[in-house]
Design a protein around this ligand. Structure first.
Ligand SMILES: Cc1cc2nc3c(=O)[nH]c(=O)nc-3n(C[C@H](O)[C@H](O)[C@H](O)COP(=O)(O)OP(=O)(O)OC[C@H]3O[C@@H](n4cnc5c(N)ncnc54)[C@H](O)[C@@H]3O)c2cc1C
Length: 631
């Protein structure tokens, strides 16, 4: 074994010591320079929000201490270019190698690919590893070698893999490299500004970031709460799920360790014939499977942060109503369960999965607001904000996945309230103005008799809003929107068959919505490839390859709404065609090259305040003013 190597370990979202393949390999090879580079410019519109940056800061402090106790210092760098920062580190210490763990979100896929290529051209050895998943996206494909497009089929294949997910022991010591590298303090990174500190301090009361805290949380959950997961997870009040998501997002917790610990319990409970325990395990592993699937979808379909996987929302008549968007964000829609969720998000950066489904479904189907706005707002405000799972969640609720909710499905928050918060405990916790409402009326105060409202101190329209959209009206509006959408699709198809217009990617297929086939078996050749290299899938667009249950109805054309502010990436015809026949990396790379043409516009009020945000909006505004229709 070569033990003279000098390796830079580039930390990103793998902020842990245990089961960190890049760190373990570097430690085996010789001396190590651990580095974290903060480059806001490269995050673009997906610059992390306040609470997410708070978590990152705490986690870095934790990692710094751990690495130092192993013998190596974590170098923190604030840079305008990650590549430049890495090159400076290389020349400062004479490093021969760079090691890092893979990421799969569209922004990192492009950046990592470019950096790897450039470093390779300069003769620097780059080794990348799987530090985030049970299985790499390119290890899972169906019998024809195509990427899966439904979760159950994907997860069944994962569970039947012959090879167990590997894990890596932590290094017991690190040999530091010699040489001096410019290092900034954690405060100099600028993850938290002075004005945010008071609100951020509140987060510390409920959460303990850092890999060793993640370790403790894992042991406690597996020993004490896992058994009740199947029963508890349906309740939205209280801590009924594992609360692992921020740890998993920042890589403080290894998903393989989680899998191994939970599988051990599964074996034990199977031996004991404990059915409740076994059901809990399989539901919990399924949740872990959704996280895996989110990366799988993003890797294979890197356009999904902008448009529907099924391409079915291309002609949906979104209503870009700023007042509705604001009411939703502030938890003032008049629907208690939705408002409670949005107030919880506002106050804590957290929501139960069920509440995320309810508030996002309300956003799209009651308010007809563009789903990308909601996705971006979640990104800005969630403590666990994670691009891949955020994308999967919004695709799931907006009829964009073959196995998600149908677009026409409209769930009543009132009915869901009685189902998931039967006593109204959750609503009372987050909406103190409704605290004295009897349980019978708490999820639909607008129906309560005046005497009940009076004795509960509720004055609808004064201290709690009347519903922003009445349920019956919402149903009508959604039905109408679906008719318009189908009518536009029909016209677009007719125009295409006349040869008068080039539209759509699926317009010659009335009953089927086509998902591009991604072929994983035939791996694209990659220069300087090693067994650890990030792979690149190749796509084939099979015209009738995918049968969707969502049937399109031909109807009449209507004018495109002028007032939509969302960038109509659903309608970017030439771009879509490009995407369909390109690889994950190349299509993402093209997106970056033409960033302002493909990024969607999010209203200013949606975004966290930062110079960077301003920049990305300037870019979007410039696009609007240059005549491209953002709508
Ligand atoms: C619209 C929408 C947006 C979402 N945005 C995010 C996000 O930005 N970041 C995020 O981590 N999760 C997101 N989710 C998924 C899910 O809500 C959270 O992962 C979950 O609530 C976290 O709580 P937990 O750790 O206690 O989950 P548990 O139920 O204990 O599950 C364990 C782990 O499995 C994974 N998981 C569970 N459910 C899902 C799911 N539906 N999809 C993907 N992974 C899942 C998470 O990593 C989670 O930590 C979103 C869901 C929706 C519907």
């Amino acid at each position: 074994m070569d033990t003279d190597g000098k390796t830079i370990v580039w930390f990103r979202r793998d902020l842990r010591i245990d089961d960190n393949p890049a760190l373990a390999a570097a430690a085996r090879d010789g001396s190590v320079l651990p580095v974290f580079i903060w480059c806001p410019q490269e995050e673009g519109q997906f610059y992390p929000g306040r609470v997410s940056r708070w978590w990152l800061k705490q986690s870095l402090i934790h990692l710094q201490q751990s690495l130092e106790s192993l013998g190596a210092k974590l170098i923190l760098i604030k840079a305008r270019s990650t590549l430049k920062a890495l090159l400076e580190c290389i020349s400062a210490v004479g490093a021969t190698k760079i090691a890092y763990n893979h990421l799969y979100d569209p922004v990192s896929l492009v950046r990592d690919h470019t950096i790897k290529q450039k470093l390779g051209e300069l003769g620097i050895s780059v080794q990348s590893y799987n530090g985030d998943l049970l299985y790499e996206p390119w290890e899972i494909y169906d019998n024809e070698g195509h990427a899966f497009t439904t979760f159950d089929a994907y997860w069944t294949r994962c569970l039947s893999m012959q090879k167990e997910p590997d894990s890596h022991l932590p290094p017991w010591r690190l040999v530091p490299v010699e040489g001096i590298v410019d290092n900034c303090s954690i405060d100099d990174l600028g993850l938290e500004n002075e004005m945010e500190k008071a609100s951020n301090a509140l987060l510390g009361r409920g959460w303990s970031p850092g890999w060793s805290n993640a370790d403790k949380a894992l042991s406690a959950f597996v020993e004490e709460n896992l058994i009740d997961y199947s029963k508890e997870r349906a309740t939205v009040a209280g801590n009924t799920t594992s609360l692992f998501s921020p740890y998993l997002h920042f890589g403080e917790m290894s998903v393989r360790r989680v899998f191994q610990c939970v599988r051990m319990k599964q074996l034990l409970w199977a031996k004991e014939g404990n059915c409740v325990g076994q059901e809990s395990v399989s539901l919990f592993l399924r949740a872990i499977g959704f996280r895996e699937y989110s990366r799988y979808i993003c890797f294979n379909y890197p356009f999904t942060h902008e448009r529907s996987l099924l391409s079915n929302l291309k002609y949906f008549p979104w209503k870009a109503d700023q007042a509705h968007f604001k009411a939703w964000r502030q938890g003032r829609t008049g629907y208690p369960l939705v408002d409670a969720g949005m107030r919880e998000l506002w106050a804590t950066g957290w929501m139960h999965n069920r509440i995320r489904v309810i508030v996002s479904g309300f956003f799209v189907k009651f308010l007809l607001l563009p789903w990308q706005w909601g996705m971006k707002y979640f990104w800005d405000t969630l403590l666990d904000s994670d691009l891949e799972t955020d994308i999967l969640g919004w695709q799931y609720i907006s009829g964009s996945l073959p196995d998600g909710h149908e677009l026409e499905r409209l769930d009543s928050p009132q009915v869901q309230g009685f189902k998931f918060d039967p006593e109204g405990e959750y609503v009372r916790q987050w909406l103190p103005e409704l605290a004295r409402m009897p349980s019978e009326w708490i999820h639909h105060p607008w129906d309560a008799p005046p005497s009940v409202l009076r004795s509960a101190g509720v004055e609808l329209g004064l201290n709690y809003p009347v519903p922003i959209v009445d349920i019956d009206l919402a149903r009508e509006r959604l039905t109408e929107a679906l008719l318009i959408m189908r009518e536009r699709e029909a016209v677009a198809r007719a125009e295409k068959s006349d040869g008068t217009d080039e539209v759509g990617d699926n317009s010659d297929c009335i009953d089927n919505l086509v998902i591009p086939k991604v072929v994983l078996k035939e791996k694209a050749p990659c220069s300087a490839a090693s067994s650890h290299d990030q792979q690149v899938p190749s796509m084939q667009n099979f015209k009738n390859g995918f049968s969707s249950r969502k049937r399109l109805l031909p109807l009449e054309e209507e004018q495109h709404q002028r007032n939509m502010q969302i960038s109509n990436s659903e309608g970017e015809t030439s771009k879509i065609d490009d995407d369909l026949c390109s690889t994950a990396v190349s299509s993402s790379a093209k997106k970056q090259a033409t960033c302002s043409m493909t990024s969607f516009s999010v209203p200013q009020s949606c975004s966290v305040s930062s110079d960077l945000k301003q920049q990305s909006h300037v870019e979007i505004d410039a696009e609007t003013s240059s005549g491209k229709q953002v709508g």
